[in-house]
Design a protein around this ligand. Structure first.
Ligand code: SF4
Ligand code: SF4
Ligand code: SF4
Length: 299
């Protein structure tokens, strides 16, 4: 058992025994050695199920909206990216800070179980990488908010996040359109990207509405493009760059290209601003607040 797993179990057990929290959101081993699946622990005896290993890639913060209408206090394990999602949920008033006990994990990077699934099933001949793609450009491996923390502090990766965005920006408008329409034509509208997203936390999602049906469910190029544009704009300035949408996409659409273009634009046009870094009042996303000196050259 790793030190982090032992520490995680000890903390969860203590919090449940002393009644500080009613439940703990963590990870437990799944059917395969490369799966550490999200789990909920309510009994101190079950703390022994918890693990913290190199496969704990799922963002537990994305589960918090399921508990928004309840009152119990929740302990949640949070890597750097997860902690930014928690900040966003608090700012979006989905979950009050007082209802959370955040157990931070200084994160050395995770492996992507999906790559192991594909290799094991023969769907891919590629050897799974030592680190998930999203972790190769991680700027905040250490939690930005926590009540207690485990693991050694980690260094951020070299910031190459916008290299692919720069390439897209150098294309002509027609080339860009062709590029994205080709990528989005592969979308099967499974909504895995939306479901994995901590910024997609509306009670009723526009894509589920049928009266009126704003975006048709057919997977034709126009409706697929509409889906992607609307979702990207909805998370503009709120995306915490956790990379879970792209990782969840079963057909490998490079969703982070779209997200990072908007992260770059929001940062340059309305910032400097990166989502989910602080709970201070002035850290509310620029597109979620009004100021009399907001830029208005476009009007
Ligand atoms: S993105 Fe950063 S914090 Fe998140 S799993 Fe990867 S290395 Fe850890
Ligand atoms: S849009 Fe993707 S990267 Fe951004 S918060 Fe949602 S899941 Fe994470
Ligand atoms: S996860 Fe991929 S295929 Fe599914 S809706 Fe999102 S972009 Fe489309």
């Amino acid at each position: 058992m790793s030190d982090n797993t032992a520490k995680a179990r000890e903390i969860a057990k203590r919090l449940l025994q002393e009644g500080t929290v009613a439940m703990v959101l963590g990870w437990e081993k799944g059917d395969e050695p490369y799966v550490s699946a999200p789990t909920v622990i309510r009994d101190a005896a079950d703390a022994e199920r918890l693990v913290v290993d190199e496969y704990c890639i799922h963002d537990l913060a994305a589960l918090l909206p399921d508990y928004r209408d309840r009152s119990e206090k929740i302990a949640i394990f949070a890597k750097g990216c997860d902690s930014r999602g928690i900040v966003r949920l608090i700012q979006d008033r989905v979950m009050p800070r007082e209802r959370l006990y955040i157990i931070g994990i200084n994160c050395p990077g995770m492996k992507d179980p999906n790559e192991f699934f594909r290799a094991a099933s023969g769907l891919s001949k590629a050897k799974p990488a030592e680190k998930a793609a999203k972790c190769l450009s991680c700027q905040y491996p250490n939690p930005v908010v926590y009540d207690e923390i485990i693991g050694e502090p980690q260094q951020p990766q070299e910031d190459k996040r916008f290299a692919e965005v720069d390439k897209i920006e150098s294309m002509s408008a027609d080339e860009r359109y062709d590029f994205f329409i080709k990528e989005f034509s592969r979308c099967i509208r499974c909504y895995a990207c939306r479901n994995a997203c901590v910024a997609c936390n509306c009670r009723t999602c526009i894509f589920d509405e049928t009266k009126p049906q704003w975006v048709r469910r057919s997977t034709d190029p126009v409706n697929n493009m509409l889906y992607q544009i609307v979702r990207s704009m909805h998370v503009a300035g709120r995306c915490v760059e956790c990379g879970e949408c792209e990782r969840a996409c079963p057909v490998g659409i490079p969703l982070m290209l779209f997200n990072r273009k908007l992260i770059k634009d929001v940062d340059q046009l309305f910032g400097p601003y990166q989502a989910g870094l602080s709970l201070e009042d002035d850290a509310i996303p620029p597109l979620s607040r009004y100021r009399v000196d907001d830029p208005d050259e476009f009007m």
